[in-house]
Design a protein around this ligand. Structure first.
Ligand SMILES: NC(=O)c1ccc[n+]([C@@H]2O[C@H](COP(=O)([O-])OP(=O)(O)OC[C@H]3O[C@@H](n4cnc5c(N)ncnc54)[C@H](OP(=O)(O)O)[C@@H]3O)[C@@H](O)[C@H]2O)c1
Length: 333
């Protein structure tokens, strides 16, 4: 079976591609940035295709002759431009799904995010909880989900996967990377904790997330037309996350918690600095305070029951592996 993986040059893409190759699939991977085909060829992908979701011609070209599409490519940032979320995540997904349907691809698996669900008042939320995305990124992922689902009636055999916050070796440009490295280097996030640290946050190791996509692909009879949350099976308070980091890194967690209004005031300076240098570090933005003072906790019961999805990492074992990797490449002391 020939499977097209969009966003194969990205962090999650590398894990999904490796899982598919291990299972003997014929993988076609897409990249957007010139030169990143090298990343794909190093992973062992025989066919690397340049595709930009803003370029309809390249999208139609990419789906030609494939049996299934796993759509990971996205404008993935929490501090991006509203028009880009729409163009890449919503319209780009529509373009790809239409092209897949037209070219006869039998399956379309869309990578959404628990951010499409947003914060949760009564944790944990599940797939039937009304979505309440907090940021433009999550709103665009939810809208793209709806576009994909609306094409079910036209014959698109889709599945929607919502991973929670991803981490793992290979992640060098994302929230978990910024947080772990800031803490390990004694940066801002080792100095203070916002609020009481009792809000919940939930993660998934990228290898476990990739298994979710594989199971959805291989269990088409149950997964077609369905949405699944894919994550570790429990959430952690920020206090618990800090406790695990202390154990693995040997640095004390922040001694003081500060109220959200003070955190926002302090982050004003970090935000100005990050913006001036053209950065996209969400942890240096005042809105991060709104994120960490709400619960993000999700149930994976449906994926367990229907896909037989069981995560193999808990946060401690996954972070141990990730921190060892950061040390091995000199990212943290
Ligand atoms: N990271 C998380 O915590 C998390 C959690 C839940 C869900 N997700 C979802 O997981 C998916 C993969 O995320 P990731 O963490 O692997 O992100 P990533 O490392 O930033 O990878 C993004 C991928 O999308 C490609 N891409 C970006 N803009 C594109 C465009 N206009 N046209 C075609 N390709 C484009 C990139 O290509 P280049 O490499 O060439 O730039 C890259 O391959 C996304 O759908 C994201 O929404 C992520």
């Amino acid at each position: 079976m020939k499977v097209l993986v969009t966003g194969a040059s990205g962090f999650l893409g590398s894990y999904v591609v490796r899982s598919l190759l291990e299972r003997g699939y014929d993988v076609v991977g897409t990249y957007r940035t010139p030169g990143k085909d090298r990343v794909l060829l190093e992973l062992g992908v025989k066919t690397a295709v340049r595709m930009d979701l803003l370029d309809p011609q390249s999208v139609r070209q990419a789906v030609r002759g494939v049996d299934a599409v796993i759509h990971l490519a996205a404008y993935y940032t929490f501090v991006g431009r509203k028009d880009m979320y729409r163009k890449v995540n919503v319209e780009g997904t529509k373009l790809l799904a239409e092209a897949a349907l037209k070219s006869g691809a039998g399956r379309f698996i869309y990578c959404s995010s628990t951010e499409a669900m947003g914060p949760v008042d009564n944790p944990p939320a599940d797939e039937s909880t009304p979505p309440n995305p907090q940021f433009e990124y999550g709103r665009s992922k939810l809208e793209a989900e709806r576009v994909v689902a609306s094409m079910g009636s036209a014959g698109l055999k889709y599945t929607i996967i919502r991973p929670s916050g991803l981490y793992g070796p290979g992640n060098l440009d994302d929230i978990s990377y910024w947080f772990i490295t800031s803490f390990a280097r004694g940066g801002i996030y080792s100095k203070f904790m916002v609020g009481g640290g009792l809000n919940l946050i939930q993660f998934v190791h990228a290898r476990d997330a990739a298994r979710g996509f594989l199971l959805a692909l291989e269990k088409s009879d149950v997964s077609t037309g369905q949405t699944y949350i894919v994550s570790e099976d429990r959430a952690y308070t920020y206090v618990e996350v800090y406790r695990i980091l202390r154990e693995l890194i040997g640095r004390d967690p922040p001694k003081h918690s500060i109220p959200p209004w003070l955190a926002k005031t302090l982050l004003t300076f970090a935000e100005i600095y990050d913006r001036l240098r053209g950065g996209e570090n969400f942890l240096y933005r005042r809105v991060v305070v709104d994120a960490v003072t709400k619960h993000r906790a999700y149930s994976i019961r449906k994926a367990m029951r229907e896909l037989n999805y069981y995560p193999t990492y808990d946060l401690r074992s996954g972070l141990r592996e990730t921190i060892e990797w950061y040390r091995s490449i000199g990212e943290i002391p």
